[in-house]
Design a protein around this ligand. Structure first.
Ligand code: GN1
Ligand code: MG
Length: 343
């Protein structure tokens, strides 16, 4: 893959000679590289990504969303960095090479990401950034966005897919997952409320994990919202919920140290305050009332997705070992239990 990158980069509207590309291990979905180009004495860094077209079936629609939203924010006084993709020499927001789609973003200097939250300040700052993002997009026509993954947060459909996997999945894995399957079946009641309420459709991020915020290395402030593949119209309950899911436990979703998978209330309060502040009055009463439920629903949905993938033989998420998706499921179940106890 690496030897191909200079050829791909030459097809973008950027200047400079290829110096090097270093893989960045982030996320379970796309392949990402930090690339250095040099022009005279100047070296510039970029982020080059190959879009996972197995998951994003219409990659140009993903790019359309990212570019349109980015350009919209750029016209406003949006206070954070914006990821606007570079164009290719034929004026597209991606370079197509056979069946591969490549995109290029500026590299935001002096930043880092966290895989888990260490302080309440981080939780507040990241949640504020996600709230602020949705706030600044309040007058963007949410329905004009492409649905890059149809039914992404359709938890009922995820549940149906889980049920199907418990029937058709890999035999031996069904046995190993029995306890987790039973627990998830018992949480079916969580599907009721979301079907009954009518919530505002907003431009939501749909992957509000802590590592989708770039923090300034020097002053610790949130600098940029990244990973915009799943920008879609939806209720904000899932954005809030994914923050609860990823900001509050001391260890991340891959940990099998299940005693350490619980809601840290300090982080929960901080992220809730930060999100509400970032939304700057846009949150409606019904949304506010359902935030905590949103947390439960999102963690439930993620557990369903991990277990479905496990039962289907790891066809969606990248895994390091055979048990990883089951471990992730059990991890999410611990977190869900802890959140429900607090409610
Ligand atoms: C995937 O690869 P990453 O970290 O961006 C997934 C999210 C899940 C997450 C769980 C498009 O996100 O929905 O919450 O893994 N993204 C997609 O770690 O399915
Ligand atoms: Mg993502």
């Amino acid at each position: 893959m690496l030897e191909k990158l200079p050829f791909i980069l030459r097809q973008f509207q950027v200047k400079g000679e290829f110096v090097k590309a270093v893989p960045i291990e982030v996320g379970h979905i796309n392949s990402t590289y930090q690339v250095t180009l040099q022009e005279g004495q100047n070296k510039t860094l970029f982020v080059l990504q190959k879009i996972n077209t197995h998951i994003f079936k219409k990659p140009m629609e993903v790019m359309d969303n990212i570019a349109n939203v980015g350009l919209f924010l750029a016209k406003k006084s949006y206070p954070k960095e914006i990821l606007i993709p570079f164009k290719s020499i034929d004026n597209q927001f991606a370079v197509i090479d056979g069946s591969d789609y490549w995109r290029l973003f500026p590299f935001i200097q002096n930043t880092l990401t966290y895989n888990q939250v260490d302080t309440a300040e981080q939780a507040y700052a990241a949640a504020y950034a996600f709230g602020e993002y949705t706030n600044y997009l309040n007058d963007y026509e949410a329905n004009s966005l492409h649905k890059t993954i149809p039914h992404f947060h359709n938890t009922s459909l995820r549940y149906q897919q889980f049920l199907a996997a418990t029937k058709n999945g890999v035999g031996e894995r069904k046995n190993k997952a029995k306890e987790a399957i039973d627990k998830l079946l018992n949480y079916q009641y969580l599907l009721t409320t979301i079907k009954q309420v009518k919530l505002p459709l907003r431009v939501t991020h749909n992957d509000t994990k802590i590592n989708n915020i770039l923090f300034d290395k020097t002053n610790g402030e949130a600098v940029c919202v990244i990973d915009l593949d799943t920008l879609m119209p939806d209720t904000l309950l899932y954005d809030y919920g994914d923050m609860v899911r990823t900001f509050t436990p001391p260890l991340d979703e891959n940990s099998d140290d299940f005693d350490q998978i619980y809601i840290r209330e300090e982080m929960l309060s901080a992220l809730t305050e930060g999100y509400i502040a970032g939304l700057d009055g846009k949150l409606t009463a019904i949304e506010k009332e359902l935030l905590s439920y949103g947390g439960q629903l999102t963690i439930f949905e993620q557990a369903l997705r991990f277990l479905t993938d496990y039962l289907q033989g790891d066809i969606y998420y990248k895994v390091g070992n055979e048990e990883q998706n089951l471990v992730r499921t059990k991890n999410q179940l611990c977190l869900l239990e802890s959140l429900i106890k607090l409610a």
